[in-house]
Write a protein that binds this ligand. Structure first.
Ligand code: SAH
Ligand code: SF4
Length: 366
């Protein structure tokens, strides 16, 4: 499914490429041959595609592009986390973050420049919304990171992809879906379904659509055990409340059988981190097969919230675990390069329009 007319082949999943080759009077299998060049060999020069005739190579080069955003910077944290800033157009840049751990390597991918949903604890939300990323711009984040890391089919530096960078992936559904297909296609990046996670703050109608269209893992940014509190943290809750959200989650796990939902819960000091919140949460989730991922709040300029104390985090975790939930606390990674959850804002934007609004926020908070 392609939203805009495009001639950038990075915008197209295998089904779209097959249609394109058939329209050109070629066989469908040309699509997988092309994908192997671009996703397995990182080759973007049509003239090098030596299993295509010279005529076809020049036809492709005349009619199509293989365009990738420019890498503006690469920053590496003391803990090994790497953040790349990709220039997607003259005014906008997005961030993609690689988080290496002992047994896996997670790539955190952005779906929009900014985000319109305005959760009160999120730097991306504070930035406002600039625009959706195209499929190519989403796929390019994986492509650039994979190439830079020396990721290959046999040496898999990236083992998991999470759509937890800038933006709300389900608000950009039609461009995100082909990107999810390319990530999971054997001729694309070849990630297993369960290793590609879509994180959403709760666009209920799109969760149902995703359920029908793609077998991926789902993470829900819950952050509060009741509507009154969630309304203040995630404004989208006023449109789709917790009951509607959990009903969609139940439909998702029912159809996907073995999968569980991950509920993400950012712990903000004295806001949503008390034992009574934890107890309310375990009651709330009792009918949804799930695990809980606690994220100690990551501060950013202009925001008055504070991270929960270590004691509060531990207490919250223990209450969840005592009710038999698999509960993890997300380690803060890449803090020194502003790469932690919720800190991504796109540095390039910071230097232009957004820096003014952040300064304004700081003035209001002080
Ligand atoms: N828009 C999607 C995905 C991007 S945010 C979503 O909201 O799910 C990825 C995760 O980081 C979400 O769970 C989000 O709530 C969380 N997050 C946002 N700001 C944060 C912050 N300042 N500290 C910790 N986690 C944060
Ligand atoms: Fe958008 Fe997610 Fe940030 Fe909310 S937490 S503002 S949905 S990116």
């Amino acid at each position: 499914m392609i939203v805009e007319r495009t001639n950038n082949l990075f915008d197209m999943d295998r089904a779209a490429l097959e249609q394109l080759f058939v329209r050109m009077g070629e066989k469908k299998f040309r699509a997988s041959q092309l994908m192997k060049w671009i996703y397995h060999s990182y080759e973007t020069d049509f003239s090098q595609f030596n299993n295509f005739s010279l005529k076809m190579r020049s036809e492709l080069a005349e009619q199509f592009t293989l365009e990738l955003p420019e890498v503006i910077s690469q920053q590496e944290s003391e803990d090994g986390t790497v953040k790349w800033l990709l220039q997607v157009d003259e005014q906008n840049a997005v961030e993609v973050v690689y988080i290496p751990e002992a047994t896996r390597g997670t790539l955190c991918v952005s779906s929009q420049v900014g985000c319109s949903l305005n959760c009160t604890f999120c730097a991306t939300g504070a930035q406002g919304f600039n625009r959706h990323l195209s499929t190519a711009e989403i796929v390019a984040q994986v492509w650039v990171a994979a190439k830079m890391l020396g990721h290959t089919r046999t040496e898999r530096k990236i083992t998991n992809i999470v759509m937890m960078g800038m933006g709300e992936p389900l608000a950009n559904y039609d461009r995100v879906l082909p990107a999810l297909n390319i990530m999971r296609d054997d001729f694309g990046f070849g990630f297993a379904n369960r290793r590609v996670t879509v994180s959403t703050s709760g666009l209920v109608n799109k969760i149902d659509q995703l359920n029908a269209d793609a077998d991926v893992a789902l993470a829900i940014s819950l952050h509060a055990p009741n509507d009154a509190l969630r309304d203040t943290l995630v404004p989208l809750n006023k449109k789709y409340n917790i009951k509607q959200l959990l009903d969609a989650c139940k439909r998702f796990v029912k159809d996907k059988k073995k999968s569980r939902i991950t509920f993400e819960y950012t712990l903000i000091r004295d806001v949503n981190d008390r034992p009574e919140h934890a107890r309310e949460l375990v009651r709330l989730l009792s009918h949804v097969p799930c695990k809980i991922n606690l994220i100690p709040f990551n501060p950013f300029p202009g925001n008055a919230f504070k991270r929960s104390t270590a004691v509060a985090v531990e207490q919250f975790k223990q209450i969840c675990q005592a009710s038999q939930y698999i509960t993890t606390v997300r380690k803060t990674r890449g803090d020194d390069i502003a790469a932690a959850c919720g800190q991504l804002a796109g540095d390039f934007m910071d230097r232009t329009r957004r820096s003014a609004s952040i300064r304004q926020l700081q003035l209001e908070v002080v």
